[in-house]
Design a binder for this molecule. Structure first.
Ligand code: PMP
Length: 290
């Protein structure tokens, strides 16, 4: 079923989704040659917009595409898409592909990028997932070596997520060379005692905007937080494990590979960080922080 929305943005036009059409020769369709972003909107305000646009710029530069819009143009597009959902929490999805060209791996010289965006009401994780935590499995990180690019080619992520779901889990925690990288669609934090640890940025993880916010909140509140490699042993013996993403926010993982994490229920550090996160979000909605 199509998500409920009356309009999407495609290449300069606002259209009903069923009228939005992309060529079968679009390189997004043929090669997965494009990048995307997901930007949450809280209380009618685009959350961490400069961070999302900076990551978009980095993704575009990495695949050697020019940003088709200025910041002001993006804001105009987003504002119009957001309007149909009022002030309810929502997310903006946007993707840019290298455009339409005869099928050839080499970049086409004159293709015009395809730009697509829409807004969708946010579906928060069910309350019981926050209260009880979720289940994860570990899987070999079978993705490529540029996971820092928010590429639309998500076949490996989709396979890993599906395998996790078929094992009754919500997320796959990915392991490369004995260390964890991230979730199939999230970043990972572990808690040992009163310290947070999250894998460092680099080519094997997406620099999550929520991850960076959690690190920022930790530092501002004098909570010890290190960005360093997390071995599989450290994951197995952690007191708490969390996943972070723009749409799932900060979710406790309380079972990994069938074994309980710490006490097997969401821990005190999660409660503290989630309260601080919600405080920050509230201040943002009220216009007290940018
Ligand atoms: N890693 C991957 C692979 C993701 O797909 C996502 C977003 N769903 C994240 C991390 C989290 O990033 P963000 O906090 O910016 O949503």
């Amino acid at each position: 079923m199509m998500p409920t929305m009356s309009q999407v943005y495609l290449d300069g036009k606002f259209l009903p989704p069923e009228q939005a059409r992309v060529s079968v020769f679009d390189r997004g369709f043929i090669f997965g040659d494009g990048v995307y972003e997901v930007i949450p909107v809280f209380g009618g305000r685009l959350f961490r917009l400069p961070h999302h646009l900076a990551r978009l710029e980095a993704s575009l530069a990495a695949i050697r595409l020019r940003n088709p819009h200025t910041v002001q143009e993006w804001k105009t597009i987003f504002t119009r898409l957001m309007a149909e959902h009022g002030t309810s929490d929502q997310s903006i999805y946007l993707q840019i592909t290298r455009g339409v060209a005869p099928r050839d791996h080499a970049f086409p010289p004159n293709a015009i990028p395809t730009v697509f965006a829409y807004a969708l009401p946010l579906k928060y994780p069910p309350a019981e997932q926050l209260m009880q935590g979720v289940t994860a499995v570990t899987s070999a990180d079978i993705r490529w070596q540029r996971c820092d690019i928010k590429a639309i080619a998500l076949l490996a992520n989709a396979l890993l997520r599906q395998q996790a779901i078929e094992q009754g889990a919500v997320e796959a925690i990915l392991v490369r060379d004995g260390v964890i990288t991230e979730g199939a669609a999230s970043n990972i934090f572990i808690v040992s005692g009163d310290r947070l640890v999250t894998p460092p940025k680099g080519p094997y993880i997406l620099p999550g905007i929520t991850r960076d916010l959690v690190v920022e909140i930790a530092r501002a509140n004098k909570i010890a937080c290190e960005e360093k490699p997390v071995g599989i042993e450290a994951l197995r013996t952690a007191d708490e494990v969390w996943l972070t993403s723009s749409t799932k926010e900060i979710l406790p993982i309380t079972r990994i590979d069938g074994r309980p994490v710490g006490a097997g229920k969401p821990g005190p550090m999660h409660a503290r960080m989630f309260a601080l996160y919600k405080e920050y979000k509230q201040a943002f909605i009220q216009g007290k922080v940018e």
